[in-house]
Design a protein around this ligand. Structure first.
Ligand SMILES: [Ca+2]
Length: 475
C-alpha cells in the first residue's frame, strides 16, 4: 500500500496584521473573505501568541522553531545566521521543493541569505511598496508594480511550475507594515468613518511607567510620512486624534485589501488544480498590532493586541472544517507542526510543539499551560518601549519590565527601576488595571512568578540579574 501523498505547504505571512482587522476574528472595520475562507475550511486559533512582538525575531521563531534567546535574533539589528536548521532545510533534505517570496528581514549577504530554498527572491530589509527591488541568488532585480501583487504573482508562477511533487512556498508579505502605502485601485475603500476601539482614549492610569513612557500614540506620534496629508487646521486635539486614526486606518486597511486578494488568488489556484484538500494552507502575521487600542499604533508590548497574532490553517484531508481553539499556541510551534504534517522529523533543538494533535484529534491533550514572552529592544529612539518579559496563562498575565538594554544593539542606554504588572484577563480583558499590588492576588502573583522563573529555566533563558529570586528557587 502506498503512503498518502505528502501535503503541499503554502504559508502566507504578513507584517503587522492585527486580528482586529480580519473578518473571521470579528473585525468591525473591514472584511477579509480570502483569509476567512481558510479559517472556514480549517481551524482558527484564538490564542496564537508570539514570543517577541517584532518583525525580525518573529520571523526567526517561525523558521527555526526556537525562542529569541536561542536563535540569538532578539532585535531588529540581530540577524539570523544561516547555519541554523529551519523547517525549510529539513523539508528540503526530505525531498520537498522549497521557495521563498517577499519580506525576509533576517539579514543579507553570505551569512544571512536564505538557505534551504530551491528558489528565493526577497525584499532588501523592509522593502518598498512600489516598483520594489528584490534580492535573488543571481543578484538584485527591480520589478515594476505593487509589492503585494508581485509577491503573490511570482509565488503563483513558481507553484504552477512545480508539477505534482510536494512543495513548500513561503509568501511573506511586507504589507501592511508602516508607512502603509496602498495600491491606487483601493483608494476608494474605507471612506466612511471607521469605528474607534473602546480604549482609544486610554490615559494609562492603572498601569506602570512603560505604557506612559512609550511614544506610539496616534494623536502625537504618527508622522507626516505616515499620514500623507496635514490634518485640517481648525481641529482641536481630540478631533485631530480621530482624524489621524481615520487616515491611518484607511491606508492600513487598504493595504490589507491587497493582501486578502492575494490570499484568494492562492487558494483559487489550489482549488483549480484540485490540490486545496491536500495542501496545508496557513495565514499568519508576525505579530499583532494596535489599531487605536490604548490610543496606539505599532506593537512591542506584551499586551494582547500585539502579543496575539492571527493564525488560520486549512488542510481538509486531515483537519475538520470550521473549528476554532483557545489553546495557547505560539509562533515557535509552526515549524514542528509543518514538519509533522509532512512526516519529517524535527531537527533537535526546536523548542515548540507540534499542533497536529490539536488540529486533528477529537480530544487533544493541552499544548501548554503558559506562554513565555520576551521583548529586548529597550527604549529605542522611535517607540521608547521598555524591554520586558512575562508569562501568559489562560486567565492571567505577569509582566516584568527589567528596564535595561543589556548592551544589545538598537536599544537605549537609559536605566529605570524595574516594574511589574499583573492582569486578570477574565475580569479585565483590555488590561487597564494592573493588580500586581492587590493583596487579593498575592497567591496568583507568587504562583506566576514561579511559573515565569521555571519557564525561563526550561527554555534555557536567564532571568535578568535585577529580578529577585523567588522564594524556593535559586539563580
Ligand atoms: Ca511586524
Amino acid at each position: 500500500m502506498s503512503s498518502p501523498r505528502r501535503p503541499n505547504i503554502v504559508f502566507v505571512l504578513t507584517d503587522d496584521h492585527a486580528s482586529n482587522a480580519i473578518g473571521c476574528y470579528g473585525s468591525v472595520v473591514n472584511t477579509t473573505p480570502g483569509i476567512d475562507a481558510i479559517a472556514a475550511a480549517g481551524m482558527r486559533f484564538d490564542r496564537a501568541l508570539v514570543e517577541n512582538a517584532l518583525c525580525t525575531p518573529s520571523r526567526a521563531a517561525f523558521l527555526t522553531g526556537t525562542y529569541s534567546h536561542t536563535s540569538a535574533v532578539t532585535t531588529l539589528a540581530t540577524h539570523l545566521t544561516n547555519d541554523h536548521e529551519t523547517f525549510i532545510t529539513a523539508l528540503k533534505a526530505a525531498g520537498y521543493r522549497t521557495a521563498m517570496f517577499g519580506k525576509w528581514h533576517l539579514g543579507h549577504g553570505p551569512e544571512h541569505d536564505p538557505v534551504g530554498f530551491d528558489h528565493w527572491e526577497v525584499l532588501p530589509d523592509q522593502g518598498e511598496y512600489f516598483d520594489p527591488e528584490f534580492f535573488t541568488p543571481d543578484g538584485p532585480v527591480r520589478r515594476e508594480g505593487y509589492v503585494t501583487d508581485i509577491i503573490t504573482d511570482h509565488a503563483l508562477a513558481w507553484m504552477e511550475a512545480q508539477g505534482d511533487e510536494p512543495y513548500c512556498v513561503l509568501v511573506w508579505h511586507k504589507a501592511p507594515h508602516r508607512p502603509w502605502l496602498p495600491h491606487p485601485r483601493h483608494a476608494d475603500l474605507f471612506t466612511d468613518p471607521i469605528p474607534l476601539p473602546p480604549t482609544f482614549d486610554d490615559d494609562y492610569d492603572g498601569r506602570g511607567t512603560p505604557a506612559h513612557h512609550a511614544t506610539m500614540r496616534i494623536a502625537d506620534y504618527l508622522t507626516d510620512i505616515d499620514l500623507k496629508e496635514d490634518p485640517p487646521a481648525e481641529l482641536g486635539y481630540a478631533e485631530r486624534a480621530v482624524w489621524k486614526y481615520q487616515r491611518y486606518m484607511q491606508d492600513y486597511l487598504r493595504c490589507v485589501a491587497a493582501v486578502d486578494e492575494g490570499v484568494q488568488a492562492l487558494t483559487d489556484f489550489l482549488h483549480e488544480k484540485g490540490r486545496f484538500d491536500d495542501t496545508v494552507t496557513i495565514y499568519a502575521s508576525d505579530q499583532g498590532f494596535y489599531l487605536g487600542e490604548h490610543g496606539w499604533f505599532d506593537k512591542r508590548f506584551m499586551y494582547e493586541e500585539s502579543l496575539r497574532m492571527p493564525l488560520v490553517l486549512s488542510y481538509p484531508a486531515r483537519v475538520a472544517a470550521g473549528g476554532s481553539t483557545e489553546a495557547l499556541v505560539s509562533n515557535v510551534d509552526i515549524a514542528q507542526t509543518l514538519l509533522d504534517f509532512a512526516g519529517v522529523a524535527a531537527p533537535e533543538g526546536m523548542q515548540g510543539r507540534s499542533l497536529v494533535e490539536l488540529l486533528t484529534a477529537a480530544d487533544p491533550t493541552p499544548v501548554r499551560d503558559a506562554h513565555y514572552y520576551r521583548f529586548y529592544e529597550h527604549d529605542d529612539h522611535m517607540h521608547h518601549v521598555w524591554a520586558h518579559y512575562g508569562v501568559r496563562t489562560d486567565r492571567y498575565k505577569l509582566i516584568y519590565y527589567y528596564a535595561d538594554g543589556m548592551g544589545l544593539p538598537n536599544t537605549g542606554n537609559t536605566s529605570y527601576p524595574p516594574e511589574w504588572e499583573l492582569f486578570d484577563l477574565e475580569k479585565d480583558p483590555y488590561e487597564l488595571t494592573s493588580v500586581h499590588l492587590d493583596p487579593a492576588y498575592a497567591d496568583i502573583r507568587r504562583e506566576l512568578t514561579l511559573k515565569l522563573w521555571d519557564l525561563q529555566q526550561d527554555l534555557g533563558d536567564s532571568p535578568h540579574p535585577r529580578q529577585p529570586v523567588p522564594e524556593g528557587r535559586t539563580r
